[in-house]
Design a protein around this ligand. Sequence first.
Ligand code: KG4
Ligand code: ZN
Length: 327
Amino acid sequence: MNILGIETSCDETAAAVVRDGTVILSNVVGSQVEVHRPYGGVVPELAARQHLELIDRMVTQALADAGVTWAEVGAVAATAGPGLASSLLVGLNTGKGIAAALGVPFIPVNHMEAHLYSPLIGNAAWPVVVLIVSGGHTMLVHVTGPGRYERLGQTMDDAAGEAFDKVAKLLGLAYPGGPEIDRLARQGDAAAIPFPRSLRDEPGFQFSFSGLKTAVRYYLARHPAAAVADVCASFQEAVVDVLVAKTLRAAAATGARTVAAAGGVSLNSRLRARLTQACEQAGIRLLLADAKLCTDNAAMIAARAFHKWPTGPESFGVGVAPSVGLG
Ligand code: KG4
Ligand code: ZN
């Protein structure tokens, strides 16, 4: 069955067609980065307007790329939350409208559950520990089957991506800062500055990144001539150290032999390298998604929707899903 997925929770206007939850027939993303860049972050009002501008084109393109006609769409799914309220409304109402016009079910999807599925599309292995690291969330989830999961821990303050973006802002780098820090860190010394590894050696799976961000701010105030590449590399290493240590510890605690990483920060080259190395050493299989599936996209929405399919008719309600599960 072909599911048309729609994602408009933040600043990407995305549509995709996925067959049977595993075959991505198309995955179209209209980025709004240029619209928000002058403001150094996402402006909700502008995001909602951009979604309205782009959504029809993205949906049409997703169907064309997939070579799927309207008649071949078996269900429509859209992100119901968490996300920016005015942005979510655009995708939700578009999805519901299309579903009603086609006479097919509408499936609301939790954005975090969708991120969780992105490295598992066509690749599922249970049980798996998934590290979700995005601009809005940082969490470790133990997944034992489609829709069956337990949240092991999450950030108590800033998300990992938020820390990347805020530190980039302190350094005067362009938005979004994560990719910039990743790029500059390659020329820097990761051991140059001993930034704190918050909660790394504490029991449990909670995270905290706001202290690290503050440590960078104080360091820059005291060392205005600091080499930006060294600050980037040292900050990045502190984040990656904590993420890798906790993820591997979660795998050991749950007995999962597979680990996956999802969300925009899972694109970070140092995180990928360190996770690869740590998983190899521990004899654990690592699933990393393609770049287009790590950042916000609609293929993960359609894939998650398919896995909701067997769980009962409540999945097909047309209302906004309550923020259950990971949201
Ligand atoms: O998953 P995502 O696209 O959107 C949310 O749902 O939040 O994640 C966006 C976040 C941003 O904070 C961005 O700076 C970060 O992912 N990011 C990166 C990299 N690429 C994107 N952070 C570190 N290194 C990267 N290469
Ligand atoms: Zn996201």
